[in-house]
Write a protein that binds this ligand. Structure first.
Ligand SMILES: [Zn+2]
Length: 487
């Protein structure tokens, strides 16, 4: 399938006339050529912060203070949610999700209340829709386990140390609200080393410095901040220091339209339209560990195609600005439909899915961890050196904590830049055999470019555990997960 028009290509959204060639859901080429098409082709949006659960109470808050509306247990929102059945709540959520889908969004990051049942309700509500939910459970570690990560209310409301640790060990996302009303909860949130912060309306110099020093991405919610009257985030300062994404926040306060959010961001913030579009697409995707949000070869074809021949978009000179601003929003919200036919004279979303890119977290300078489909992967750069520096001991503790008490049955150890000497081999033989036995793991695969993988596998003599060397990481994960017996 080809999609023709003015293509906003790559992270810079360079407008090029031509076609996006899509094969089996993937972008296989972007060809520059003359076309007859007026369409503007951009990546589908990633809404980086939503609370869809309150769909039953949209616009309920007229004349009420924020506390009267949302404060538990007697805020209006809670009374409305209590009075509704599960079916009614799920149906209301689904209506919001259908709007999200039809207004050009391909993925969204949801803070989902009510523990595990809440996570399950969102799964029910999003069934069959062409949007990828990234769901962060709230309240309990179980909700995090059932979801894609944990969404914390804010450092003012609790420590969240236990939840943070559990989320890191599961290799999942941890997000937290910070700096919405004032700056008091920002340091506490940053101390948790989260994967992202939400709001950051009130950062002080120290906080900006912490963001610049390798701090997390920030999600801005300009319309929500206007509704609640907390102010306007210093977007340009934030963009200078970290990755900034865009979210529509609680559906009770705003429609979950990324066009509307972009229009406010473009007009309120002192950042160029191109940056706003980046905030609404690739930045949110990267923050959430998704591979969509950008038109490049090899990416999923999660595309949004705007009909340039509508009354609104006709005469547009700058496709990037038009996409962020008023014209596109009215075009899309009124005539968007989902179709796999690019020739349809409507705004369409090309229907493919984003893929989850595994989250890699660092245990130490030289040792990373990721969890891929329930298989723990430890990536060790220079085994000998990590043994000497004590980093290996840290990673072995992490291994024990991660594997014990979970359903994980197989693991993968990736050995990079490894030379093996006698001391290292003795350590592996003693310590890794013991770890294999105390954790009761069924399978351990070692991956390396050279033959070290086989040498190490032979040295692990844990009873009841299979150890093997595998050349390819993908293959090793399949084997460790028990999906195949052949390596
Ligand atoms: Zn929020």
């Amino acid at each position: 399938m080809n999609v023709e028009g003015t293509i906003l290509r790559g992270r810079e959204f360079d407008p090029v006339e031509g076609r996006v060639v899509v094969d089996d859901g993937e972008i296989t080429a972007i060809e520059e050529t003359d076309t007859d098409s007026d369409a503007i082709v951009l990546p589908a949006f990633v809404n980086a912060h939503t609370h869809i659960g309150d769909s039953i109470a949209k616009e309920a808050g007229g004349g009420l203070s924020l506390d009267e509306l949302v404060a538990p247990p007697d805020g209006l929102k809670h009374r409305l949610l209590d009075a509704a059945s599960r079916d009614e709540t799920v149906a209301a959520m689904r209506r919001s999700l259908q709007f999200i889908e039809r207004s050009g969004t391909g993925a969204f990051v949801e803070f989902r209340e009510n523990g595990v049942p809440g996570v399950e309700m969102l799964a029910d509500a999003s069934q069959g829709l062409a949007i990828d939910p990234v769901v962060l459970g709230r309240e309990t570690v179980d909700a995090m386990e059932a979801a894609d990560g944990f969404g914390a209310s804010g450092a003012r409301d609790g420590e969240f140390g236990v939840e943070r640790r559990a989320t890191r060990e599961a290799g999942k996302l941890f997000g937290i609200h910070a700096g919405e009303r004032d700056s008091h909860d920002i340091n506490g949130a940053l101390d948790l080393d989260p994967d992202f912060l939400v709001h950051m309306v009130h950062p002080e110099e120290l906080h900006l410095q912490r963001l610049a020093d390798g701090g997390p991405p920030v999600v801005l919610c300009p319309r929500s901040n206007l509704v609640t009257g907390v102010g306007v985030a210093p977007a340009a300062d934030l963009v200078e220091r970290t990755t900034v994404a865009l979210g529509t926040d609680n559906v009770m306060l705003n429609s979950p339209s990324m066009f509307r959010e972009m229009e406010f961001a473009a007009k309120l913030y002192d950042v160029p339209a191109r940056e706003v579009l980046r905030m609404a697409t690739v930045n949110g995707a990267e923050m959430a560990g998704l591979d969509c949000g950008v038109i490049e070869r090899g990416r999923p074809a999660r595309l949004l195609v705007l009909d340039g021949d509508t009354h609104n978009l006709a005469g547009v000179e700058d496709a990037v600005r038009a996409s962020c601003d008023g014209p596109a929003s009215t075009t899309c919200e009124t005539c968007c439909c989902l179709a796999s036919d690019a020739s349809a004279q409507k705004t369409i979303l090309v229907n493919t899915v984003c893929h989850r890119v595994a989250q890699r977290t660092s245990i130490t300078d030289r040792i990373d961890y990721e969890n891929r489909d329930g298989v723990g992967i430890w990536i060790i750069d220079d085994l000998q050196e990590t043994l000497q520096s004590g980093e290996l001991a840290e990673a072995e503790d992490h291994f024990r904590e991660t594997v014990t008490g979970t359903s994980m049955s197989g693991v993968v150890i990736v050995l990079e830049n490894t030379e093996l000497d006698g001391e290292t081999m003795d350590h592996v033989n003693e310590k890794w055999t013991e770890l294999g036995e105390v954790t009761g793991i069924d399978r351990t695969a070692y991956v390396s470019d050279g033959i070290e993988r086989l040498t190490v596998a032979n040295k692990n003599e844990a009873q009841g555990m299979e150890a093997t060397g595998v050349a390819s990481l993908d293959r090793a994960v399949e084997w460790a997960a028990g999906d195949t017996d052949i390596v």
